[in-house]
Design a binder for this molecule. Structure first.
Ligand SMILES: [Zn+2]
Length: 459
């Protein structure tokens, strides 16, 4: 069984399940008011890898990830651009899915939109008021965090230091700096929903607790997101569930930061300004490979260099796939459907089951690539195919597609290869050898195949 680090206990623990064979997971999605950034790309890839690996391991996974389609940033942008909040949200949700599709991130089973669940959120807030753990002020309704047992569990810091670090706010009606808005009273001109405690809109922390419990039920298995969500967002989701007396997520998983050389993200520094920018300027698969190269809890550096390095790794995978005419499946793969080297598959699963040791799992795949190439060079097609199929299958388990047809060969190179085929047909071996030398000088490995000159890049 998979063992995963749990933020609440700070330990790597078995992922125990509410229902045998089934995994229910909730991953906080984006607020759609701008283009997705690199951090969005990382967390969606990390949890896509986890989801696919659970499917590979034979589990039935229910994956819920929300869209926050009402919030201060959306309201501000709509106002600035003279259009409705719904138009802004729709536009940037479109960019979101374009990016997700390009990354090969599977669509969630459910994508709740905050605006569709406001009724349930109002009910929840009313219950919290009735229980005496929430209070109304002139600008909304707040949760009284001092009344919540174990508040600060996820943050993992003493309450004093959390209080000292809390943002100083203008509202002096708050009873503690850690209390947070469940409901925000509408200011003039803002969109609002009617509620018994005054017209307004729900706070972000209320959205996720309501939608996750409604769609997955109490005691669901796993709640995930980026490290930046651990506190206060996830702490505050949990606080509401505790205050309601509800069994919430049993396991908390958070992925590490995205670093950009300690510099502000800027194109002039050779970095990517957004996920959309990265996907337009590099092989989209390269970001997944880069993410897999680090443990999910460690920080990663995303620069043009680390992405280019990942592209070189992809070229090695594609090159082997081309030599063996293999293509990985796009749909999630199950272990039971993968024929390959059983001992290697077992080692791969042992690494993944140990808190998703993806860097080591990748190293194992690249060892397979080297062995398969050696076997091919030695003419052992059968062994090469078995090793290659294992490598491509394990890539698929991680959502990394490998494409036999991916290598682009420029027109000049193709012309040289065709000229060589012609020379060989005419038995002009001196000319054929000269053309081979030209191709080799251009960095190609030239092979004779039944279809003529075969080309691949040096490993
Ligand atoms: Zn959330």
């Amino acid at each position: 069984m998979l063992r995963l680090h749990d933020t609440a206990s700070r330990e790597v623990q078995p992922l125990t399940l509410r229902d045998e064979g089934k995994v229910s997971m909730y991953v906080c999605g984006p607020t759609v008011y701008d283009l997705p950034h690199l951090g969005h790309g990382r967390f969606t890839l990390v949890f896509d890898v986890l989801r696919r690996y659970l499917i590979f391991s034979g589990f039935e996974v229910t994956y819920v990830s929300n869209i926050t389609d009402i919030d201060d940033n959306i309201i501000r942008r709509a106002e600035r651009e003279g259009r409705s909040e719904a138009e802004v949200a729709k536009e940037f949700e479109g960019h979101w899915w374009d990016a997700m599709d390009a990354l090969g991130v599977l669509r969630p089973d459910h994508t709740p939109h905050a605006t569709e669940f406001v009724g349930s959120m109002i009910t929840t807030i009313s219950q919290l008021l009735e229980r005496g753990v929430a209070y109304a002020t002139s600008d909304g309704v707040y949760l009284e965090t001092t009344k919540v047992e174990g508040y600060g569990l996820l943050a993992g810091q003493p309450l004093d230091s959390l209080r000292a670090g809390a943002r100083v706010e203008e509202n002096d009606e708050k009873r503690s700096p850690l209390d947070f808005a469940l409901w925000k009273a509408a200011k003039p001109g803002e969109p609002l929903w009617d509620a018994p405690f005054g017209g307004g809109r729900p706070g972000w922390h209320t959205e996720c607790v309501v939608m996750s419990l409604e769609l997955l039920g109490e005691g669901f298995d796993l709640h995930g997101g980026g490290l930046d969500l651990k506190f206060p967002h996830h702490e505050n989701e949990r606080a509401q569930a505790v205050a309601l007396g509800k069994d919430f997520a049993h396991h908390w998983t958070h992925n590490g930061w995205v670093m950009v050389e300690g510099e502000k993200m800027s194109k002039s520094l050779g970095n990517f300004t957004s996920l959309t920018d990265l996907l337009a300027s590099a092989d989209p698969r390269s970001y997944r490979l880069l993410v897999l190269r680090s443990h999910y809890r460690a920080p990663i550096e995303v620069t043009t260099e680390t992405i280019a390095d990942a592209e070189r790794g992809l070229a090695r995978l594609d090159s082997l796939a081309r030599r063996l005419h293999l293509t990985s499946p796009v749909a999630p793969l199950r272990r039971s459907d993968l024929n390959g080297d059983a001992a290697v598959i077992e080692s791969f699963c042992a690494l993944m089951d140990d808190d998703l040791q993806t860097p080591q799992a990748l190293a194992l795949i690249f060892d397979l690539v080297s062995s398969a190439n050696t076997a091919l060079d030695e003419g052992d097609q059968e062994r090469a195919t078995m090793l290659g199929e294992t490598a491509v299958g394990l890539c698929a388990a991680l959502g990394l597609s490998v494409k036999a047809a991916h290598l682009e060969i420029d027109a000049d190179t193709l012309a040289l290869a065709e000229a060589r085929d012609k020379a060989r047909d005419e038995k002009d071996f001196a000319a054929a050898d000269a053309l081979r030398d030209q191709l080799t000088a251009l960095g190609w490995v030239v092979e004779d195949t039944p279809d003529g000159t075969g080309l691949r890049r040096e490993e």
